[in-house]
Design a protein around this ligand. Sequence first.
Ligand code: BGC
Length: 451
Amino acid sequence: MVFRENITSSEEFCDYLYDLFKITNNDIRNIIGSFHSEMAKGLSGQKSSLKMLPSFTRRPSGTEKGKFLALDLGGTNLRILSVDLNGKRRARILAVSRFFLTKDIRHSTGKHFFDFIADCIKEFLENNNFDLSKKYELGFTFSFPVEQTDISTGKLIKWTKGYTAKGVEGKDVIMLLNEALKRKGFKYIRVTALVNDAVGTLVAKSYYESNCDMGVILGTGTNACYPEKLSRIEKFRGPGIGSEMIINMEWGNFNKLKLTSYDKELDKDSPNPGSQYLEKMVSGMYLGEVTRKLICELISRKFIFKDTLQSKIFSKKGSLQTHHIAHIVVDNSKNLEDIEKFLTEAGITNVTIKDKVILKKLCKIVSQRSAKIAAAAISAVITWIDPELHKEHTVGIDGSLYEKFPGYDDVMKGVFSELFRKKASKINLELTKDGSGKGAAIIASIVSTHN
Ligand code: BGC
């Protein structure tokens, strides 16, 4: 073990960081154990970093049918979709529009925020020639922690992922959306379902494949859900629809991980200090920033980018994004030309091969920790459902980190092999694109058949 105060070279510093960010098999077992105890507490209504929120929906039967609208909000874009369900396990997107949510909108007031959404819905319907004299049912995927009291009512507990729009926390988001629709004079939209993106992903995947029992988001933010037996949800006393209910875990808030000083600093500077610790160590929104902090320390110790002008670029918060890291880790060329290209584009020239090698090492250290924690968290949920891995489990996963980060999936599978040996093949990770849009439409259809 290298001690921080004794470090004299970049090599030693990288070794130090490697140890600091390492997730050992023992760490993984501890994470799984703590996940299980936090899950139990969350389900019984005790204080827990895992909120284990009832979603008021179950998995679909596959026979859900009809055309529904879906509104998908939670990243940097807002998407509006029209989805057709054929009743035979096939969901087709008929039309989709994306609207960029500027910083101004994300940080504005609730009124402004929901008025913008209502305007986007109107634009979508007009552009796609919807008959505005008819009524449409809409499933709203709102990818933030929400305390639901039924399928179409739920209060935002706390904004995450850098959103701060005022006057929304503690309020029923469907009511806020309905009020905005009313202000704009729309009478043709009925918002029937409030859905989390992880829940939407599980529902969308299980519409196609009945043995899917977990939904995961690894993107800007991170989260997971799974179907829980009603009898195990001690805090839920209401009537269920069937014998299971999907639980939105809000695992991004899990707080039993060992934090480094870099994680603590990142948390302190974030708009939501003290919460979403796992998210800040795993998700796409933060990987660039954690890595940037490591680079800054190497620069300040004069181990890399010795030209001060160059180092200035990294001193700006947000200057390194997860997609940059993805480009850096994938460069296997002899002279790391792609890394050089990226640095040149960022205005950094005259870099040495050593600088590039170190940069790549740092990106790997941070991204591998993310993939290992994500795999540990998935293992925790699967072993909660099926401790001995008797069955096959399909995990529907959506999100740009999982989809686009080179080698992320392999690191996760490596963890499963270490933990479960031969039985690791029973866990199937499957990319589930558009789950949050299609899932909302499927849930709107479940609601429509029950009403
Ligand atoms: C939110 C979750 C969401 C996840 C992925 C987190 O920040 O709290 O509700 O599912 O991001 O979008």
